[in-house]
Design a protein around this ligand. Structure first.
Ligand code: SAH
Length: 359
């Protein structure tokens, strides 16, 4: 279907704008990332050194191992439940899940008790996941609503940042949604829509020029996860780009070939993401009766869980790799690299024990 009649994603989006008028940032993001014929996640190989961006599990096996054992610890605290869902949202190449399961092998009976479910929209990435996880019984879904309900452990690394957001800007006349339109040169551009009276916005006391981002897809997914956790018990670990306090600027970002890229160009060929609003996630989770841990910095979380000790033992086993392993460790935990920008949050259905990693 790609390139049929020389038609491409930019033409497709322009057609929508000509017929219906300017589109929201959320609509633009869904078309560019998820359009069934040309969407970025549908048709590209985004992740890894040969892709457009590298994620924490692709940097080092230590990341997935530490996360796996974090869940193992909780499973032991929960008195080894015999039948639970282990669900990953947006598993990319499947590396995190594969490293996590390998590490969990040291805990007797946990793997046979786990029903592994992956929520993935991309066929290209699903094939990667099938190969790397071929030794396990795994089920795939397009949405969490397709997963049978039971005690559930969720993991999502760099997933929520890819979900569409709406942007609102405070003008001298009031809050206006930012839309995407086409200018006289036939190029995409941002325009402002009508003044919005959304309650959540008009209550805010911010200077003119401030931008507020709202992700209805994130809100509804967290509501659904919250209901599952509250009804069937479990825990959800979220790791993503984000500031705990909203910065009130646009956090939209395009990445292609490891470099920042204009999000209004090369539609479907670049990754578009936005910072995750952990404050709203925390509010929704608490409203659903869950205990919320974090957000804490990724560097602190991994250090609390013993990543430095793990790196030392890997170096002991392969002394020649000392420099490589130390570099990988730094990328994951150093404040100037991923350590501070990435945040970790856990949502937990109970209060019987303290969730590890957040003290
Ligand atoms: N967690 C992985 C990949 C992050 S990239 C890692 O850390 O390496 C985002 C992932 O989410 C990709 O696998 C992408 O295909 C998937 N994805 C994006 N939007 C999705 C959606 N709406 N539904 C399901 N999967 C989605």
């Amino acid at each position: 279907m790609k390139d049929i009649y020389n038609y491409n994603l930019a033409d497709h989006i322009k057609k929508i704008i000509r017929v219906n008028g300017p589109i929201s940032v959320a609509h633009y993001m869904s078309e560019t990332t998820l359009n069934p014929n040309f969407g970025y996640y549908i048709s590209e190989h985004p992740i890894g050194s040969t892709g457009d961006f590298i994620t924490a599990p692709e940097i080092s096996q230590m990341f997935g191992e530490i996360i796996g054992l974090w869940f193992g610890n909780i499973w032991l605290e929960m008195k080894k439940p015999k039948d639970f869902n282990f669900i990953e949202l947006g598993p990319g190449k499947g590396t995190l899940m594969s490293d996590a399961l390998r590490a969990l092998n040291i805990i007797p009976n946990i793997i046979p008790s786990a029903n592994i479910h992956l929520v993935e929209i991309s066929e290209v990435l699903k094939n990667n996941q099938k190969t790397i996880l071929s030794n396990y019984n795994v089920k795939w879904h397009n949405h969490i609503s397709q997963i049978p309900n039971k005690l559930s452990y969720f993991i999502a690394n760099e997933f929520f940042d890819s979900l569409p957001i709406h942007q609102f800007e405070l003008t001298s006349l009031g809050w206006a949604e930012r839309y995407i339109s086409i200018n006289q040169e036939e190029e995409f551009c941002f325009v402002k829509g009508n003044i919005s009276n959304l309650d959540a916005l008009t209550k805010l006391k911010l200077p003119v020029g401030s931008i507020v981002e709202i992700s209805p897809s994130t809100i509804s997914l967290i509501e659904e996860i919250g209901k599952i956790l509250k009804t069937y018990n479990g825990v959800c670990l979220l790791i993503d780009y984000g500031d705990s306090a909203s910065s009130n600027v646009s956090t939209l970002q395009g990445i292609r070939n490891h470099k920042k890229y204009n999000i209004l160009k090369e539609q479907g060929k670049i990754d578009i993401s936005a910072h995750v609003d952990f404050k709203s996630i925390s509010k929704i989770a608490k409203k659903n009766g869950l205990s919320v841990y974090g957000p804490t910095q990724q560097g602190k979380f991994l250090t609390n869980l013993g990543i430095i000790e793990r790196s030392r033992s890997l170096i002991k086993n392969s002394p020649k790799k000392e420099e490589i392993i130390n570099n990988q460790l730094n990328r994951l935990i150093d404040e100037t690299q991923m350590g501070k920008l990435f945040k970790v949050m856990a949502l937990y259905s109970g209060s019987l024990f303290d969730i590890p990693g957040f003290n």
